[in-house]
Design a protein around this ligand. Structure first.
Ligand code: SF4
Ligand code: SF4
Ligand code: FES
Length: 525
């Protein structure tokens, strides 16, 4: 392990470490633009220049590997002058856009100018070279070519990660600019990542631009619900409105990336939400209070199980539910209602598109969790649907907003003859249109819990903000219903439910929220 000194501090780092990464170990910030930990090293921006003893010239910290005994300084006048000079050069032709630029607040140029620049420009405003602005280049991206600092992160991402190579540099000298090839827009499923990696306001997100200044946003750790990959994300919100999802780094799952479809899944948490509990009477929705609706629903479910026998009661679970919710739901169905009619389906309407990178065909975050918790999928779901269609069910409890791949018409036809359909769901949809009673559920941003991804990795999603409207955490709904059915449950929140799962369900045995941590934990076996 080589030992070097950086600004007088000794540091031991593994062989092959670059100076830029060694500096991080001792808390020394070396400014950089073109370097990105998940892309190859280009060494073209020259922002990371450092002084190394016995080297005649300044060296780039991102591309220089440490040697034993190296003496590095990042705090000398020579380095400061060089870095300020690089910034000044980059800003010569940069437009004076900060007040109207959507990158403001998270722009590498703004931030480094305040820390390492603060120079007076020696260049006349009128002589700036102008390039194309506000171009829709396809995917989720808008390009403002004159803000680009030619760092090539986007080019390397499209070469090394997606392999689609839609962007490149054109022209020479100060007319050099980033662009797509004529008539060939971005065409891959990961374009949103370009806005994340562009260090300036050249590539911005079509969806997020001008929706909210970034300094008003707060973030919390979450998991994308768009497919069974379970990409780790940071969810950004202001109050109870979600504004964007960004990939949270997890080398075991999504590295530093997420797909375009997943990036927009936050919208369902803002729009067409079920916000008030209601009962349907003579076809019309009547708003109900939780205090009366929960006992009423529990009473009717119990009455149906007693009158026609447990076989005339059914429960459809959702692979969008957490492990904690599925565990309680299974117990409610099998132990409290005593029915064997319990199933879910991982299938959804649509093509189930998948690729060989992140995107999985199963468009649910927790099908694996449902299977591991003993809730049957596939044929069991089809058999249950047939039983409902044949008039064999008097009371049905449904979690989720859709019945798998069934269309709105098919769902309406299936549920129209069931005397009691109780839904616990987040959004208006085929099920809420047909349900007799709707119990509005907190979205994934408004509650906490765990999902098990396709590979058996149990991952936590965190509470971001309180449920919108009168929606409730489904764990709370299940505990209240369970106790009305005689469970005597004392669970207080998802953490206590997970403890019970870890104590009784072999795949999860010994796990805890602590052991799952930030990056998840694989199930045993
Ligand atoms: S568009 Fe952004 S990421 Fe691409 S080269 Fe320019 S500054 Fe770098
Ligand atoms: S690959 Fe799946 S989990 Fe990852 S961002 Fe896309 S939809 Fe979400
Ligand atoms: S970060 Fe080192 S040259 Fe760009």
């Amino acid at each position: 392990m080589p030992t070097l000194t950086i600004n007088g501090m000794n540091v031991d780092v593994p062989q092959g470490t670059t100076i830029l990464n060694a500096a991080k170990e001792v808390g020394v910030e070396i400014p950089h633009y073109c370097y990105h930990p998940k892309l190859s090293i280009a060494g073209n921006c020259r922002m990371c220049l450092v002084e190394i003893e016995k080297f005649p010239k300044l060296q780039t910290a991102c591309s220089t590997v440490v040697n034993d005994g190296m003496v590095v300084r990042t705090d000398t006048d020579k380095v400061r002058k060089a870095v300020t000079g690089v910034l000044e050069l980059m800003l010569i032709h940069h437009p004076i856009d900060c007040p109207i630029c959507d990158q403001a607040g998270e722009c590498g140029l703004q931030n480094y100018y305040m820390k390492f620049g603060l120079h007076r420009s020696r260049y006349a405003l009128e002589e700036k070279v102008h390039k194309k602005k506000v171009q829709d280049i396809g995917g989720q991206i808008v390009l403002d070519a004159e803000r680009c600092i030619l760092c090539s992160r986007c080019v390397r991402f499209l070469t090394e990660v997606t392999g689609t190579r839609e962007l490149d540099f054109f022209s020479r000298g100060d007319h050099s600019e980033i662009s797509i090839f004529p008539g060939k827009p971005l065409s891959n499923n990961y374009t949103g990542n370009l806005a994340d990696i562009c260090p300036v306001g050249a590539l911005t997100s079509k969806d997020f631009r001008f929706k909210c200044r970034v300094w008003f946003l707060k973030a919390f750790d979450s998991i994308c619900t768009g497919c069974s990959k379970g990409c780790n994300v940071d969810a950004h919100h202001k109050g109870d409105i979600l504004y964007r999802l960004k990939p949270r780094w997890n080398d075991a799952v999504n590295q530093a990336w997420m797909c375009d479809f997943g990036r927009l899944t936050y919208k369902a948490m803002n729009e067409a939400r079920l916000l008030t509990p209601f009962m349907r009477e003579e076809g019309a929705r009547k708003v109900a209070a939780w205090g009366s609706l929960l006992p009423d629903v529990a009473f009717r479910l119990k009455a149906a199980a007693e009158k026609g026998g447990p076989d005339r009661v059914a429960v459809i679970a959702s692979p969008q539910s957490s492990n904690e919710e599925l565990f309680l739901l299974r117990r409610l169905a099998t132990e409290l209602l005593g029915t064997k009619n319990l199933a879910f389906t991982h299938r959804v309407a649509g093509d189930g598109f998948a690729d060989d990178f992140l995107i999985r065909a199963d468009k649910n975050p927790n099908s694996r969790g449902a299977q591991l918790l003993g809730i049957p999928d596939g044929e069991a779901f089809d058999a249950l649907v047939s039983k409902i269609a044949a008039g064999g069910i008097d009371a049905l409890l449904v979690f989720g907003n859709v019945l798998g791949p069934l269309s709105e018409e098919e769902t309406a036809a299936l549920l129209s003859d069931v005397p009691l359909v109780v839904q616990v769901g987040t959004n208006e949809g085929p099920v809420s249109k047909a349900a007799t009673a709707v119990l509005p559920s907190a979205s994934v941003a408004e509650r906490g819990g765990t999902f098990t991804n396709h590979a058996g990795r149990v991952q936590r999603f965190r509470f971001g903000f309180p449920p919108r409207g009168k929606a409730k955490n489904p764990v709370e709904i299940l505990v209240a219903l369970g106790n009305r059915l005689g469970a005597g449950w004392t669970f207080a929140g998802e953490a206590s439910v997970f403890k019970a799962i870890a104590g009784t369900e072999p795949p999860f045995s010994g796990m805890s929220y602590d052991s799952i941590g930030m990056f998840g934990q694989e199930i045993k076996g």
